[in-house]
Ligand binder design. Structure first.
Ligand code: CA
Length: 373
């Protein structure tokens, strides 16, 4: 519309100097005509970013550090983000509230930690037996997910941006073997989100404890089992010293997406070029973190097994099938909530379509590659 009216008025310029001045005035006053004119390049923005992760923790904790570095470089120093680890100025689980209230401008966390406030938020980190990392990116960025995510956080004055993915996780660490469903009975395990609810209905006792407290919780016997991320991150926490068996697959977290949370008022105070820089840096970090996990997990798993004597175990089929059945039940029950229903419909429609295609493309390829070994 703008280009149409500009073209139209350009014709009139030839006819009348009066129209020329009217056009000049209109363009000068217009918000959308040329945002460059309004940007004060001398103004600097000094923001704080709080995280759910220990300061400088490999992978998760370095993602916001890389974001801050990229934003500073891309903005030529106009935007400086100071990153705080969990507990430095805000507790690990206080990130959402701190950004919502505006006490800090930014946060880095995972959407499933906010299930108590927004039950539907879990879909934006990931749900059991759901989308893997590649599929999550496609759903959020190209399949309508991001628009719904932003609607969901809008009443909390938060603008979410995808910012990292762990890839498929491991089920976790145990000191006894899981040979049947009976072995889960009464087991106190750190496992958050819908995965935790599934674990509970299967007879276990789920708890959610921030990452930085997990080693001590295992060491002191406060918990019997723990899931965190995967070999790269779990090795860094030293779980191999407090547990013997390492179980897979991570049915509960097939591709957990991380989030950059931005306070809405702070976001709206940024000029368009800095907004574009933040969004672009977050996109780069989103991919970079997944690459880091993909490149590091194999090596870490090898070290866990060969150097530390960790025993790798696959969950019995019976247990996986029960987890799947319970997971389907929990999600079906939650659809009474209109918001969850809306998010789930978008998520599930995407999953159905993408898994149909992936079963003939990716899955068949991986099978073919393995069989030719
Ligand atoms: Ca996890």
């Amino acid at each position: 519309m703008v280009s149409f009216s500009v073209r139209k008025i350009r014709k009139n310029i030839i006819k009348s100097n009066f129209v020329f001045f009217a056009l000049f005035f209109a363009i000068s006053c217009s918000d959308s005509s040329n945002p460059e004119q309004k940007i004060d390049k001398q103004k600097t923005y000094n923001w704080s970013l709080v995280t759910t992760w220990p300061k400088n923790y490999p992978g998760l904790g370095m993602a916001p550090e890389r974001l801050a570095k990229l934003v500073k470089e891309m903005s030529d120093g106009r935007m400086n983000i100071t990153v705080y680890g969990a507990g430095e100025i805000v507790p690990a689980m206080g990130v959402f509230d701190a950004v919502s209230s505006g006490s800090v401008q930014m946060g880095h966390s995972g959407a499933y930690y906010w299930k108590g406030k927004i039950p539907a938020a879990q879909f934006f980190a990931g749900v059991p037996f759901g989308l893997n990392a590649k599929e999550m990116n496609a759903w959020v960025n190209r399949g309508g997910g991001l628009e719904i995510w932003r609607e969901l956080y809008e009443p909390f004055n938060i603008y979410p941006i995808p910012c990292g993915n762990t890839g498929t996780q491991m089920f976790g660490w145990f000191n006894k073997e899981i040979n049947s469903l009976d072995d889960l009975k009464g087991l106190k395990m750190r496992i958050p989100g819908v995965g935790g609810e599934v674990f509970k209905r299967a007879g276990g006792n789920p708890v959610n404890i921030p990452g930085g407290e997990l080693y001590t919780a295992m060491q002191t016997g406060t918990i019997d089992a723990v899931e965190w991320v995967g070999p790269y991150n779990d090795l860094a926490f030293g779980f191999q010293q407090v547990a013997k068996y390492y179980y897979y697959p991570g049915w509960h977290e097939p591709g957990s997406m991380l989030e950059l949370l931005v306070n809405d008022d702070a976001w709206n105070s940024l000029p368009p070029d800095l907004q574009a820089i933040v969004e672009t840096a977050a996109k780069a970090v989103n991919q970079d973190l997944l690459d880091e996990y993909t490149a590091s997990n194999n090596k870490a798993l090898k070290e866990l097994i060969e150097t530390h004597g960790v025993e790798l175990r696959k969950l019995p089929e019976e247990v996986i099938m029960e987890f799947k059945k319970i997971s389907d039940e929990i999600i079906a029950e939650s659809l009474n909530d209109e918001t969850i229903k809306k998010v789930h419909t978008s998520f599930q429609d995407f999953l159905d379509e993408v898994s149909d295609y992936h079963s003939i493309a990716e899955d068949a390829f991986v099978e073919a590659r393995s069989s030719s070994d």
